[in-house]
Write a protein that binds this ligand. Sequence first.
Ligand code: NOJ
Length: 696
Amino acid sequence: IEKRVDDLLSRMTLEEKILQLNQYTMGRNNNVNNIGEEVKKVPAEIGSLIYYDTNPTLRNNVQKKAMEESRLGIPIIFGYDAIHGFRTVYPISLGQACSWNPELVEKACAVTAQEARMSGVDWTFSPMIDVARDPRWGRVAEGYGEDPYTNGVFAAASVRGYQGDDMSAEDRIAACLKHYIGYGASEAGRDYVYTEISRQTLWDTYLLPYEMGVKAGAATLMSSFNDIPGSANHYTMTEILKERWGHDGFIVSDWGAIEQLKNQGLAANKKEAAVYAFNAGLEMDMMSHAYDRHMKELVEEGKITMAQVDESVRRVLRVKFRLGLFERPYTPVTSEKERFFRPQSMDIAAQLAAESMVLLKNENQILPLTDKKKIAVVGPMAKNGWDLLGSWCGHGKDTDVVMLYNGMATEFVGKAELRYALGCRTQADNRKGFEEALEAARWSDVVVLCLGEMMTWSGENASRSSIALPQIQEELAKELKKVGKPIVLVLVNGRPLELNRLEPISDAILEIWQPGVNGALPMAGILSGRINPSGKLAMTFPYSNGQIPIYYNRRKSGRGHQGFYKDITSDPLYPFGHGLSYTEFKYGVVTLSASKVKRGEKLSAEVTVTNTGKRDGLETVHWFISDPYCSITRPVKELKYFEKQSIKAGETKIFRFDIDLERDLGFVDGNGKRFLEAGEYYIQVKDQKVKIELTD
Ligand code: NOJ
């Protein structure tokens, strides 16, 4: 590949090189009569396009122009946001994280890759691995929650799923870790705003998932919008990513992010913005038109060098070669039926949805609904397609979605009678539907109340000042409660919610997130008891908005016994890791291979888990480390490893954590230097805490 890149570079003009460093958009207008028009707009030498279509023929026509009408015939790389599925839409990433099942997430990403590549897309702008601790920020839906290690594990799983061992395969695509870096720290949960991040926090919180994703082989990264500045930061893009981690792919800017350096007050004009971004190490300009317009002048003026241009083009071409685009520039034309909703893809969608769902509450074992003959299925999410898809749902359509009511109807056929009522819309003042809902409740043995958020309330540019559901939905719940029948609350949403008013009303609460096309039957399967729930929260549910930000791995307080809120509890409603099962898991005593270790020695910990209930189940063990005293203070505890296993009723399984002293007991300083201090550490599993002594 390097020889072929050298050869091309030696033959390319400056103009041709510059175009390789730009990404334009195309698509959405692919009616056969317009294909010609669409193709005409694209320069034959363009490096990349965001491809909004699913039609291989349109892609092939554009690619043909690049291959045949440009002097050197360099193929275009087509990118697209396939975040939690391409057409077969999976649960949102935050839900996926609650499955604690990276192998399953890898499989879902492999399906996304297959559908995307067969539709003319070579590259997805995914995974998003921004650690996020403010649920008001709409983009918490797109990532894997509040914990750095969890984001890192799912980053690596996604990269493996998208790219496989060889991204030139016809069912694989290039991954893109985003948004590099610290975008999740958006102040007050608002999008695009300033992020205040110390070097220490940059390293111990935000960089870890990227390091893990880069190690897994991610071909590209996307620079972030936030003013750290994400898109003009030499330290993060060049020193850390390229020099320390040895990443040899390229970085694409987020949409218009180079131009936005002007709005942020860094650059006086677009040309200056181009200098800042390019000199910091940002190779490709997504839709700022800063590089295409100004780079030539900048080279001539000596503000950027030819060597830098060559190095950047090399990185872009390298990824194109690795994708096999020079050998196979065109996408074989296939029907949608051949590409989408393959039975196996739908099975993965159902399994991932099932494992992502979190049973938050189950008072008096109201669930599963084994003896209920009349079920009222009520609420704005019950017969709803779009909102189950969530934000960034690729090419998903509402008509692809199995609706919750339909899932219930299939699941309970012959077992219970169902009655549906809307009750109210997601957000409205109109209470006209309440009476019908109350009537259904009076008739029923149990009410399954399906509430939640619209798909547009999370994702990009979708912050909310309050994470409570709209008042009308809470009112509907209150009125239903008065009827006196048990209430099973099913929640469809893209972020943790404020549930302190709904919680006392509900006998059971099942969080199903935005579960995608095939989540309805798994949801109903959990309610019926066919499926034993196993999801656990990857993000804390605050008691109320006022607690935000609240997350498990906070630093310790100077006065642990004081400093609480005077008006509300200081505890979250549902902590990180919370999630109930229909069976009981009994943990044995955590044992260590040694309680005293020296640097360089090996150490492992084990715990047995026995399923003492009557049902088979899946259990995730979370292994935390804490370091009570350290020259740089550390969080109360940090997740270092997790494992999920299926455990049959009556069976005992061993969970084991092989501890790498440097990696798991050590810590990074504000410049990424890893250190390990002698002293005591604790390993924590559930409520057990076991001491380890480390000596020099
Ligand atoms: C802006 C979003 O921030 C980013 O996540 C996305 O990949 C790009 N637009 C391209 O659609």
